[in-house]
Design a protein around this ligand. Structure first.
Ligand code: AHG
Ligand code: MN
Ligand code: MN
Length: 339
C-alpha cells in the first residue's frame, strides 16, 4: 500500500529540501489549513449548525454578508492571530487591515483572504471555498500599515484555496508547482492527492456569467461569440460552458481538466475595473494557475504584475488554459479594441 503523505509532512519536507520554505511560513500554512478544516465542518453542518442565511450587515464592498462570511472570517482571525508568524491580516470582510494584538508576538508575514468565496451558493448546497494569499512584510518597514500589503502578486510567497464541495480539497503553491490535498475526515488531516498539477494549454470549455453579455466590451464578446459559433465558426470546434458562480469551484475545475474563466470589466459599473478583488481573489488564483502552466491576465496585462493601489482593488480576470487566455488578451490588445 502506498504511503499517505499528510499536509504536515509535505510542508516539513518543503522546509527541509533546499529550505524551500522557512519554518515560520510552514507554521502559517498549517494554521490556515486548520482554520479551513473548521470552516469545512461548519459548511457541512449547514442548517443543523444554524450557519445558513443572511446576517444583518454589509461588508466594505456594500455586499450583504452571509452568516458564513462572518463565521469564516472569525475562524481565520482567531486561528492566526496568536501563532507569532503574522504581522497583520486583511480580508474581504474587513475594511481595514487587522493588526496582530499587542499581547501576541509579531511575525514577518501578511495574510490576505476571501474567507468565504461563492457566498450566493452557501444556502443552495453548492461548492464554496476560502482563498488566501501570503506576502512578506517589506524589509525595513517599522510597524505595519496598509501600504505594506500593496505589493504585486508576483511577490506572493504562498497562495491557495480550500474548496468545500463533495470533497474538501486544499490547493497550495509556494512557488514550486501546485499540490492538492484532500481532507480525510476520519483522520482529520489533509492528505496529498495530486502533485505537479498541470492545466492543458488548450480547452473546449469556457466559464463566464453569460447574463452580462450585453454589458461586455468588444474583445470579450468577440471571443465568446466565436466559441458559441462552434464547428461552423472561426474556431472550427464546439465549446462547452460551465459557470458555478464560486470562483474557487470554477478554478478547481480548470486546474483539474483545463478551461478558461473570465470575469471581465463590464458596462454596468464602468468605474470599477471588474467584480473580483485583486489582492485576495485574482492574485492567489492567478499564481496557482501560472504555477500549473496556465496564464492569468486582466485582458491586457499579467495579473501578477499589477501594482495595487488599494486593499480592496477590483480587477478584470481572464485565467486558465494558456492558449485561450493568450487569445482573449490578444483580442484586447489589437488596435481598435475598446479601452
Ligand atoms: P464572494 O462570494 O467572495 O463575494 O465572491 C463571489 C464571486 C466569485 O466567486 C464568482 O466567480 C462571482 O462572484 C460570481 O458572480 P455572479 O454572481 O455575478 O455570477
Ligand atoms: Mn470571492
Ligand atoms: Mn467572499
Amino acid at each position: 500500500m502506498s504511503k499517505k503523505i499528510s499536509l504536515t509532512r509535505y510542508l516539513v519536507e518543503q522546509q527541509r529540501v533546499d529550505g524551500k520554505i522557512p519554518a515560520e511560513l510552514r507554521l502559517l500554512l498549517e494554521v490556515v489549513a486548520r482554520a479551513c478544516k473548521t470552516i469545512s465542518q461548519a459548511v457541512n453542518k449547514g442548517d443543523l449548525g444554524g450557519v445558513l442565511g443572511t446576517a444583518d450587515s454589509e461588508n466594505v464592498q456594500g455586499e450583504v454578508q452571509k452568516q458564513l462570511d462572518i463565521i469564516a472570517n472569525e475562524v481565520l482571525i482567531e486561528a492566526n492571530e496568536w501563532g507569532g508568524h503574522l504581522a497583520a491580516m486583511a480580508s474581504e470582510e474587513m475594511e481595514g487591515i487587522y493588526l496582530v494584538p499587542n499581547r501576541y508576538p509579531q511575525g514577518e508575514y501578511l495574510l490576505l483572504f476571501d474567507p468565504l468565496d461563492g457566498s450566493s451558493n452557501i444556502d443552495v448546497n453548492v461548492s464554496i471555498g476560502t482563498i488566501f494569499s501570503v506576502l512578506k512584510k517589506p524589509d525595513g518597514s517599522v510597524g505595519v500599515s496598509e501600504q505594506d500589503f500593496l505589493q504585486p502578486g508576483a511577490q506572493q510567497v504562498a497562495a491557495g484555496y480550500c474548496v468545500y464541495g463533495p470533497q474538501t480539497t486544499l490547493v497550495l503553491t509556494v512557488g514550486d508547482g501546485v499540490a492538492m490535498f484532500t481532507l480525510d475526515r476520519e483522520q482529520g488531516s489533509f492528505v496529498l492527492t495530486r502533485e505537479n498539477v498541470q492545466i492543458p494549454p488548450d480547452t473546449k470549455e469556457f466559464a463566464i456569467n453569460m447574463s452580462n453579455m450585453r454589458h461586455w466590451d468588444t474583445p470579450v464578446k468577440r471571443y465568446v461569440d466565436e466559441c458559441l459559433a462552434g464547428k461552423e465558426g472561426p474556431r472550427g470546434k464546439d465549446f462547452n460552458m460551465r459557470w458555478i458562480a464560486s470562483m474557487v469551484a470554477d478554478v478547481h475545475r480548470i486546474l483539474t481538466r483545463g478551461g478558461i474563466f473570465m470575469y471581465p470589466w463590464d458596462k454596468r459599473e464602468p468605474e470599477k475595473a471588474g467584480k473580483l478583488r485583486l489582492m485576495y481573489e485574482a492574485n492567489p488564483m492567478g499564481w496557482l494557475v501560472e504555477q500549473a502552466g496556465g496564464a492569468a491576465t486582466n485582458g491586457r496585462q499579467r495579473i501578477l504584475d499589477i501594482a495595487p493601489s488599494k486593499l480592496h482593488e477590483r480587477v478584470s480576470v481572464v485565467l486558465g488554459s494558456r492558449n485561450e487566455v493568450e487569445r482573449v488578451t490578444r483580442y484586447h490588445l489589437e488596435p481598435g479594441s475598446e479601452a
